[in-house]
Design a protein around this ligand. Structure first.
Ligand code: TNX
Length: 492
């Protein structure tokens, strides 16, 4: 395989790639990573962390100008955009923001041989094909969601998945932190949420299945150092059995619920008419907002099947302003949008239909929409009847189905401009290990990444499948347990 081939295997596909096949850059053992802007400090450190073990080179980060090596420069490109120029002697990355530098690092990793991703020293040589790449995202929101409630995942497991999605320019990581089966984040003013609600998960195993606030803050920093913003979700007014098991006063009848370890949905609801419900929400949002630097807080709102419409309306009318009061922008599963005329909250569409009156009306008023149609991009749907793991209420979702749709023209009345981006949720009723996460996420997560990043003009299933097939070498080096879909021409 020549270096130039790697330019044709980039995923997500960049906006513009000019090959310069007459030149090749080779990383020298004494090469430095040169910073001419502090904006690139974390991206540069991240690159060095990845390349030092595999190359065995020191790759010192320096602010002393140099004529050779990997050079990060400030430029006037728009927000997340970057330029990457490879000559015989330099790799120059130019961007106006840390986010753009992170995006360039993700591209540069794929321009190096797959062994660059190894955790142990490899022979090299560490070549990069000559080229000039000018790139920018289609949408500002490219998300991955992990449900840590149905099954709990340790911070190391979450970090592993964050690392994996960062390689594909995912910039938001949505953590589903509360549901019927568990409450997963310490709330200091309501300690039983984790003491009781954090003890159980699907299947009945028990343990300390929650993050302390310090552990959560560490996850947030870890993600930030990879160009990713964490979005915490506390689902309400349904999907709340764990909270209702922890505090009897959150129930209409003042009776604590039993812990729930099954996988049904839609049976629980907080007490809607009690003031204590909103005092509870205020405390949760206040504590979580204080340790969440990102702009968003997700309040769920899905499948409140036992909450009558009028109650649901009354609940959202009180809950949404609490998020705003604590300085965050609310995101909700699309059901909530029928309750408000406010155009600030972001709508996350998850259904299987291609028309939703309420979402269309909200988009028309000015609300932004995140696209997560279940029959396309729910990573927990089974690939086929034969593949293990996953559910199938939204059908089987093979790789082509997860890629072959247009987020900007999918929902009636929701235009390209209304779409904030694409997010791939991974619900974990059937998922209990990192290997399980990876089997369902890889390869479909890359479809979400490409739909969120690449210009629609580059949309092409055979081309995507070919570039996807080339990723396997990288996944094998990293030990990622991916599904070898027969739809993809895998290269080994
Ligand atoms: C629906 S779609 C849910 C989740 C389940 C998922 C399983 C949505 C917002 N809620 O509670 O885990 O289906 O696929």
């Amino acid at each position: 395989m020549t270096e130039t081939t790697r330019l044709q295997e980039l995923l997500p596909q960049p906006a513009e790639v000019q090959p310069h096949p007459e030149v090749t850059f080779t990383l020298d053992p004494s090469a430095a990573i040169v910073l001419t802007t502090e904006d690139a400090r974390h991206p540069a450190e991240r690159l060095a962390e990845i390349l030092r073990p595999s190359t065995g080179y020191p790759l010192e980060i320096t602010t002393t100008p140099a004529e050779t090596g990997i050079i990060f420069e400030q430029s006037e490109t728009p927000a997340e955009a970057y330029e990457l120029e490879v000559t015989a002697t330099t790799v120059t990355i130019r961007s106006a923001t840390p986010a753009g530098h992170f995006n360039a690092v993700a591209t540069l990793r794929q321009l190096l041989p797959p062994q660059a991703e190894a955790k142990t020293e490899q022979p090299g040589p560490w070549t990069v094909p000559g080229a000039k790449i000018q790139d920018h995202p289609r949408y500002p929101h490219r998300g991955a969601m992990l449900d840590v409630t149905r099954h709990f995942f340790t911070t190391d497991q979450v970090k592993r998945y964050i690392d994996q999605v960062a390689a594909y320019k995912i910039n938001y990581f949505h953590l589903h932190l509360s549901d019927d089966q568990g409450w997963r984040l310490e709330i200091k003013s309501w300690p039983n949420l984790t003491k009781i609600g954090g003890r159980t998960e699907v299947g009945g195993r028990t343990g300390n299945f929650f993050y302390t606030q310090a552990e959560y803050a560490d996850l947030v920093t870890y993600a930030q150092n990879r160009g990713i913003t964490v979005i915490p979700e506390f689902d309400m007014p349904g999907h709340t059995n764990a909270a209702q098991a922890s505090y009897p006063e959150l129930n209409d009848d003042d009776q604590a619920r039993d812990p729930y370890t099954g996988i049904e949905v839609g049976f629980s609801s907080l007490a809607i008419d009690k003031d204590i419900t909103y005092a509870f929400i205020d405390d949760v949002v206040r504590e979580v907002a204080a340790i969440t630097p990102g702009p968003y807080l997700h309040i769920g709102g899905d499948e409140a099947l036992t909450t009558p419409d009028a109650d649901y309306q009354a609940f959202m009318t009180r809950a949404l302003p609490i998020v705003q009061k604590h300085g965050k922008t609310a995101i909700g599963w699309h059901e909530f949008v029928k309750t408000t005329e406010d155009t600030t909250p972001v709508v996350q569409f998850w259904n299987q239909t291609t028309a939703d009156e309420n979402v269309a009306a909200a988009a028309k008023r000015g609300n932004k929409v995140i696209m997560s149609p279940a029959n396309r991009i729910y990573l927990d749907m089974k690939y086929t009847e034969e593949t293990e793991l996953g559910l199938k209420w939204a059908g089987h979702v093979e790789v082509e189905a997860s890629y072959d749709w247009n987020p900007g023209a999918y929902l009636d009345g929701v235009t390209e401009e209304d779409v904030l981006g694409v997010e791939a949720p991974l619900w974990t009723e059937t998922v209990a290990s990192s290997a399980d996460i990876e089997y369902l996420a890889f390869p479909r997560l890359t479809a979400a990444a490409e739909l969120g990043w690449s210009p629609q003009s580059t949309h092409d299933w055979p081309g995507f499948a070919r570039r996807l097939g080339a990723q396997a070498k990288r996944w094998e080096v990293q030990g990622i347990n991916y599904y070898r879909s027969p739809q993809v021409p895998w290269q080994d």
